[in-house]
Design a protein around this ligand. Structure first.
Ligand code: NAD
Ligand code: TDX
Length: 329
């Protein structure tokens, strides 16, 4: 079986390619990745049965022959960072919306199976004191340019299923953590700051809640949906990992052996979503189960990975922090 993985040099995509190559000996992988600031060929180093093609998912001439020659497209490629989308929304529109449209047209032309990776942020946010969780029938209410561009892409996929009979499934996952995550994101930023002796930065009061899942569990769920999911269905991926940002910073500080209060409050994110939480019932019905049920030990593994892989992240650290300095974060 041949699969085309878009965004396979990014955080979740690279972990997906690694797991796939290790665990599915009959699968050959082609990665299509633009290698933006968030893509890193080094995340795929040392893998057999993987070909990396540098190219843009919004370029039909690049996409068409690759889709024609594959059995399945797993679509991870995106502009993925909320803070960047507030500074400049434009690449979010081109990649997340036009890019998804371009892939959908190609799978429609060639009759290829498609799995679309999306986010729980399309549902907007929940109140902190609301016991509700997101389900596949929660109305879309995205808050940021990032989440609204992902929402648009989800709508395109469903329309191509219904109008053109494209064989697609969708998944909306909660916040991932694990190895190979870009250091602009909360957990790796905090960890690499502490490695550098810099205090973690907490946006606002730090009471915002995220539903953390280990990236490996996200990817085993994606395979469960590809293999056992129903065409046209949307599956929510989450592993009951709700924590507020203050708790996460304090757990990381403790893992480093520092005082729990050794962080600074910085400017809040404009429009900052309060809480995300996933009801994963339909995914459990596919027989999927998370491996990383203990956030503390998954976090400790992740911290150890960043400590031993400084070569991978160091080249980006100064630039990432210079960008945050401009917004007082
Ligand atoms: P990432 O930013 O780490 O990686 C994105 C990858 O896409 C990079 O390798 C980048 O070079 C590539 N890319 C960007 N624009 C491209 C283009 N026009 N053509 C080809 N490649 C392009 O992102 P991530 O965190 O790995 O997220 C992957 C997917 O998962 C995204 O669709 C995101 O919306 C979704 N998601 C992420 C999370 C999370 O917690 N990180 C949670 C739920 C869903
Ligand atoms: O230094 C920080 N301090 C801080 O308090 C950073 C970088 C973030 N935060 C807060 C903002 C959020 O409440 O931490 C939380 C997590 O922030 P991000 O890592 O930027 O993630 P988030 O905005 O929640 O979005 C992530 O999960 C859903 C991914 O980046 C998205 O791609 C995914 O769709």
């Amino acid at each position: 079986m041949k699969i085309l993985v878009t965004g396979g040099a990014g955080f979740i995509g690279a972990n997906f390619v690694r797991t796939t190559v290790e665990e599915k000996p009959d699968v050959e992988v082609v990665v299509l990745d633009k290698l933006t600031y968030a893509g890193n060929a080094a995340s795929l180093a040392g893998l057999d049965r993987v070909t990396l093609i540098e190219g843009d998912i919004a370029d039909a001439d690049t996409v068409d022959p690759l889709v024609r020659d594959t059995d399945l497209v797993v679509h991870f490629a995106a502009e993925s960072h909320n803070d960047n989308s507030l500074n400049d929304p434009s690449p979010f529109i081109t990649t997340n919306i036009v890019g998804t449209f371009t892939l959908l047209e190609a799978v429609r032309r060639h009759g290829v199976r498609f799995h679309h990776i999306s986010t729980d942020e399309v549902y907007g946010d929940l109140e902190l004191d609301d016991p509700a969780k997101f389900t596949p029938s929660t109305p879309y209410m995205p808050s940021s340019p990032y989440s609204s561009s992902k929402a648009a892409s989800d709508h395109l996929v469903r329309a191509w299923v219904r109008s053109f009979g494209v064989e697609a499934t969708l998944s909306n996952c909660s916040n991932n953590y694990g190895p190979y995550q870009h250091i602009e994101k909360f957990i790796p930023r905090t960890v690499t700051n502490l490695i550098d002796g810099v205090k973690p930065r907490l946006y606002g009061a730090g009471l915002n809640v995220r539903d953390w899942i280990h990236v490996r569990d996200h990817n085993t769920a994606v395979w469960a949906i590809i293999e056992r999911g129903t065409i046209g269905e949307t599956y929510l991926i989450g592993a009951d990992g709700e924590k507020n940002n203050l708790e996460v910073v304090q757990m990381i500080l403790e893992e480093f052996g520092y005082d729990r209060d050794d962080f600074v409050h910085v400017n809040d994110r404009p429009g900052h979503d309060l809480r995300y939480a996933i009801d994963n019932t339909t995914l459990l019905e596919l027989g999927w189960e998370p491996e990383f049920k203990d956030f503390k030990s998954g976090l400790a593994d992740t911290i150890a990975w960043y400590r031993s892989n400084e070569d991978w992240w160091r080249p980006q650290k100064a630039e990432v922090e210079a960008k945050y300095a401009k917004t007082g974060q």
